[in-house]
Design a protein around this ligand. Structure first.
Ligand code: ADP
Ligand code: ASP
Ligand code: MG
Length: 457
């Protein structure tokens, strides 16, 4: 059931990620893709590759030498694109104004940083890439209009990982965006939004995929196209396993599971709007659009037992020991209430009579304060139990179908991992995944070994 009921439109939203808009030639490839399909009327862009990382570093506050170096790198990326455009006076002026803004905000951040300031700073990456891309399209005689997504993407004020208000988005998109699509191609920013007081927010790292899917839902579009640097979704990250195979068709729930467990190809929330409205999502390479890609849709024929492997790094394992747990009631409730008060969401959990092991996800946010484990939280936890913290773990997720019904899984999975320390196993709660926590340094080798066992033999 669709969360918002929009009229069905034949139009398509296309999203281009950071490497797809990294420079003038890459942007030209995106323009070719857009011009090859008259139905592409909404285009969502990320910041040019590297720019968000540099802005996040500036937002964390740094000394003037580093600041100068980061600012120069950002400026060079923008100027390299401007230098390939014709008649650049107006666009150069606009970009210069934004670069000055970035400099001013970075100076402020080096005195006192905040999450609101971080989001304001970081948003400049998407604003600049979209302005440059509109200019490039115009120079290719294409009528395109720059649109500030913050006019319609209302979010809460959870800076760094803001939640969009889908109903407001639907109402505002129908009011301000829908009618434009018949006459022009709208170029807008992924990743950013605006909270009630008018301050800029962001949807979490990699959030442009989510923006595209939200727009697809809000406008009732026919399809969401995610153009990136690999020609589709693979059985695992092809950078880790070069022999990984492309999956031509995958169901929403399988792909959502992959994204949740760290397959960077899609932001974890991307498929929520698509599932709500049943809009298919296509993933392909902007460098090589002719090689096709992966279609993510409602159902696929004969889904395999093992579909893919995903990897999430930088995991923290908390082990809580307390004899109070033995034959007692309410201990878990106390722990969870405390974690929730500290705004921490628990990811995986295993329990024994006198201890609980749980993982916290520290990826995704633009937040500059690193670990979620604050001294205040640890002190409070220590009043309940003995706390052990292990950082730099990696979560390896085996994604599949009906895993909880299958027999003999252990052999292909655990048999081949005999030389690795598996610190935690989570299996049984979902028929779609088995999760293993391993030391971060072993993660890639574990993935390679499992891939060979489950997908190549
Ligand atoms: P973009 O900037 O276009 O959003 P990302 O870097 O966020 O691109 O995502 C694309 C990257 O995702 C690929 O370069 C690849 O290394 C990584 N990736 C991780 N898991 C997978 C997978 N299962 N299939 C394909 N790519 C994957
Ligand atoms: N530019 C943002 C990031 O690097 C959003 C995105 O690329 O999707 O996280
Ligand atoms: Mg991405």
């Amino acid at each position: 059931m669709c969360a918002v009921s929009s009229p069905k439109s034949q139009y398509v939203v296309a999203k281009f990620g950071g490497t797809s808009v990294a420079n003038f030639d890459a942007m030209n490839n995106c323009a070719d893709i857009i011009l090859a399909n008259a139905n592409v009327r909404v285009v969502v862009l990320s910041a040019s590759a590297g720019v968000t990382n540099l802005l996040v570093a500036l937002a964390a506050g740094c000394d003037s030498d580093k600041r100068e170096s980061y600012l120069k790198q950002i400026r060079d990326i923008q100027y390299a694109i401007i230098d390939r455009l014709n008649e650049v006076a107006v666009i150069r002026e606009e970009i210069d104004r934004l670069l000055e803004n970035i400099e001013m905000l970075s100076e402020a951040a080096s005195l006192a940083t905040s999450e609101a300031l971080t989001d304001e700073l970081v948003s400049h990456g998407e604003v600049m890439s979209t302005l440059l891309f509109v200019e490039l399209l115009r120079q290719r005689n294409t009528d395109a209009e720059w649109f500030d997504i913050r006019r319609i993407m209302r979010t809460n004020d959870n800076f760094g990982r803001a939640e969009p208000d889908t109903l407001q988005l639907h109402i505002l998109a129908m009011e301000h965006l829908y009618s434009r699509l018949n006459n022009t191609i709208v170029i807008t920013q992924g990743f950013i939004g605006r909270e009630e007081k008018g301050r800029t927010t962001t949807l979490g790292r990699g959030g442009s995929d989510y923006t595209a899917a939200l727009l697809g839902e809000a406008l009732g579009l026919q399809r969401v196209d995610i153009w990136t640097d690999v020609p589709g979704i693979y059985t695992t990250d092809p950078r880790v396993v070069p022999t990984a195979k492309r999956i031509d068709q995958i169901a929403f729930d399988e792909a959502a599971e992959m994204a949740t467990f760290g397959a960077k190809i899609l932001h974890p929330a991307t498929l929520l709007p698509a599932v709500r409205c049943g809009i298919p999502v296509f993933v392909g390479s902007s460098k090589d659009p002719k090689t096709g890609g992966t279609v993510v849709c409602d159902k696929t024929e004969n889904p395999p037992l093992f579909r893919a492997l995903a990897l999430r790094r930088k995991q923290t394992l908390l082990t809580l020991h307390s004899l109070k747990m033995l034959h007692a009631r309410g201990f878990l409730a106390e722990v969870f209430t405390l974690l929730s008060r500290h705004n921490i969401s628990v990811d995986l959990i295993t329990t024994s009579e006198v201890s609980i092991a749980l993982t916290l996800d520290t990826t995704g946010s633009t937040s500059t304060n690193g670990s979620l484990l604050t001294n205040a939280l640890l002190t409070e936890l220590a009043t309940l139990c003995r706390v052990e913290v292990e950082e730099d773990m990696a979560l390896v997720a085996i994604i599949g179908n009906e895993l909880s019904q299958a027999k003999g899984l252990g052999k292909g999975v655990f048999g081949v991992l005999e030389s690795f320390n598996i610190r935690m196993i989570s299996c049984g709660a979902s028929s779609h995944n088995i999760c293993l926590l391993v030391p971060g340094k072993d993660a890639e080798q574990v993935i390679q070994t499992l891939h060979q066992s489950l997908f190549e033999s």
